[in-house]
Design a protein around this ligand. Structure first.
Ligand SMILES: NC(=O)c1ccc[n+]([C@@H]2O[C@H](COP(=O)([O-])OP(=O)(O)OC[C@H]3O[C@@H](n4cnc5c(N)ncnc54)[C@H](O)[C@@H]3O)[C@@H](O)[C@H]2O)c1
Length: 264
């Protein structure tokens, strides 16, 4: 199926590894020119290099998505070098943890959490989405074509113990997406969410290893397919929602989760 997005350009945040990296690779395979954002320049450049070596068109662009000035600067730089942003994938959502951090970025029961951890989790998830969306919507509206896809989490749809502030912030992104979808629909810009459950990435590797085989029971499809979620499962959904094939879909949440949860 031709997705009709060859020649479009995409900005994917937090794309130096994991799900974001795979979204970049998949969009590049569809002929999309990709801006690979990450907090860490080396990660962004590595993924952009990987795409370029495979014959695709990509550049790395490091910026902290919680910093509106840095985001605006990145979008301006990208426009000079690469043209407009047609597709924005707000993927950054798990705070980077440095060895110096006294508290974990996410995780632990709510009773043991506090403002520092909430700020880090909610700041990244909410302000990252706000800053990046704000930076690109004028251009999309002028061109009467745009796609904003927010990577949320089933934690935001059904709640997840030990991820209370994270669940709250991801649920907030659903409200943001629906409201913005109503504002931008008349400009031909769609806004949707893709909602993974646990997916095998660097961020979840240690936790998944500790769970063992037991985790497979939570996913109806896991036994039949003999696997858990992979970044490519998420990236394929993003590619579809980015495409012309999805032009009549906006303000929706698509869980890609092997059947983990089945919200209405
Ligand atoms: N992996 C899962 O099981 C899972 C499940 C549900 C939802 N998600 C969501 O999917 C998205 C990607 O998850 P992942 O597992 O690939 O994460 P990851 O931690 O493996 O990769 C995310 C990248 O984001 C970057 N990043 C962190 N803070 C940033 C900032 N302020 N600015 C720019 N980049 C920043 C990191 O450097 C990292 O390279 C997140 O939004 C996450 O909440 C993941």
């Amino acid at each position: 199926m031709d997705l009709g997005i060859r020649g479009r350009s995409a900005l994917v945040t937090g794309a130096g590894r994991g799900i974001g990296r795979q979204i970049c690779l998949t969009l590049a395979e569809e002929g999309v020119r990709v801006v690979v954002n990450d907090l860490f320049e080396d990660r962004a450049e590595e993924v952009a290099g990987e795409i370029s070596r495979a014959g695709g068109d990509a550049i790395g662009a490091s910026a902290d998505v919680t910093d509106s000035e840095a985001v605006n600067g990145m979008v301006t730089r990208v426009a000079d070098q690469f043209g407009s942003v047609d597709i924005l994938v707000n993927n950054a959502g798990i705070p980077a943890i440095s060895a110096r951090d006294a508290v974990p970025a996410t995780g632990g029961f709510f009773a043991g959490s506090g403002p520092e951890q909430w700020q880090r989790t909610m700041g990244l998830i909410t302000y990252g989405v706000l800053n990046c969306s704000r930076a690109v919507i004028e251009g999309m509206s002028e061109r009467c074509w745009g796609r904003i896809i927010n990577i949320i989490s089933d934690a935001g749809r059904v709640g997840e113990p030990r991820l209370v502030a994270y669940s709250m912030a991801k649920a907030g992104v659903i409200g943001f997406s629906k409201a913005l979808a109503k504002e931008l629909g008349r400009s031909g810009v769609t806004v949707n969410c893709v909602s993974p459950a646990t997916t095998e990435t660097e961020a979840t590797a240690a936790w998944l290893a500790a769970q063992g085989e037991q985790i497979m029971r939570q996913y109806p499809l896991a036994k039949g397919l003999n696997r858990l979620g992979k970044p490519s499962d998420i990236a394929n959904a993003v590619a579809f929602l980015s495409s012309d094939r999805a032009e009549w879909i906006t303000g929706q949440v698509l869980s890609v989760n092997g059947g983990y949860s089945m919200p209405d």
